[in-house]
Write a protein that binds this ligand. Structure first.
Ligand SMILES: Cc1ncc(C[n+]2csc(CCOP(=O)(O)OP(=O)(O)O)c2C)c(N)n1
Length: 254
């Protein structure tokens, strides 16, 4: 719905799926897509954008793939302000593999892989994104569909790295954080929230009494592809390749 609301024609959107329950969305829509390896949807998305920057590129990924296996990609793509939208289905578990702890699992939480309770503290993806130059940072709740739809449309139309951490109950492998639990835990950001101050956004992201939802921070600045001189004239796929000679390079690898 967010894709439709963004106003982009379907043929100009590419969805890049990671591996996991989130990635299985690949089977349920009619957009062009690419199903990547676990944790590798992010670099694939950045590559697609650089090859044809006229496309809107959206990543569908879990908290395991996005913050665990793909964690380094997550950190570094936001630094470059790559113009991709990253939708993280954050259910605080590796769910497709039946419920192991993930980077966002709470400390002390008993899961299949932590029978005595998780020893690690949870990662705070919003605080990381705020402090690491991402230009659109939001958290939403999966069941608040109108607000999430609106936010996805905004993120797609934001020219830069857009993260939406989507809080999502997993009724099979995370029974504790169910719909009722989220109703008590989440709170909208203040109505007059300006979303233009990283310091204030970070304070909200660090809160544990409540988990605020909404657009924490947004900044307009050039995206990665807009700063590559070679891409100023035209999209990379339209470049004349008749003069490209790779034989010298290929010889080196013989
Ligand atoms: C490199 C690699 N490591 C582990 C796996 C096994 N694996 C497949 S899905 C998955 C869990 C995915 O969890 P998450 O990304 O949080 O998505 P969810 O299923 O919760 O939506 C794992 C660990 C894999 N396919 N590839």
């Amino acid at each position: 719905m967010g894709l439709k609301k963004s106003g982009t024609r379907p043929e100009n959107i590419v969805l890049v799926y990671d591996i996991g329950c989130a990635g299985n969305m690949a089977d349920f829509n009619e957009y062009y897509g690419f199903h990547g390896l676990h944790g590798r949807a992010l670099p694939v998305a950045a590559g697609i954008k650089l090859a044809n920057h006229n496309l809107k590129v959206v990543v569908v990924i879990g908290d395991g793939g996005g913050y665990g296996e793909g964690g380094t990609h997550f950190l570094n793509l936001m630094r470059g302000n790559h113009d991709i939208t990253v939708l993280v289905h954050d259910n605080h578990r590796y769910s497709l593999t039946t419920g192991q702890m993930s980077p966002t699992t709470d400390h002390g939480c008993v899961t299949k892989s932590t029978p005595e309770g998780a020893i690690e503290e949870p990662m705070n993806p919003l605080a990381i994104a705020i402090s690491n130059h991402a230009s659109f940072i939001a958290r939403e709740y999966a069941a608040a569909i109108p607000q999430l739809t609106e936010r996805i449309a905004q993120a797609i139309n934001h020219p830069g790295f857009a993260l939406i951490d989507i809080l999502q109950p997993c009724s099979v492998f995370n029974k504790e954080q169910d719909g009722q639990w989220y109703q008590n835990k989440i709170e909208k950001l203040p109505a007059d929230w300006a979303a233009n101050d990283r310091g204030l956004a970070w304070q909200q992201a660090m809160r544990q009494d409540k988990w605020p939802v909404g657009l924490f921070f947004k900044e307009d600045k050039p995206a990665y592809h807009q700063q590559v001189s070679e891409l100023q004239q035209d999209v990379l796929i339209a470049h004349d390749k008749s003069q490209v000679d790779l034989s010298k390079i290929l010889k080196e690898f013989k």
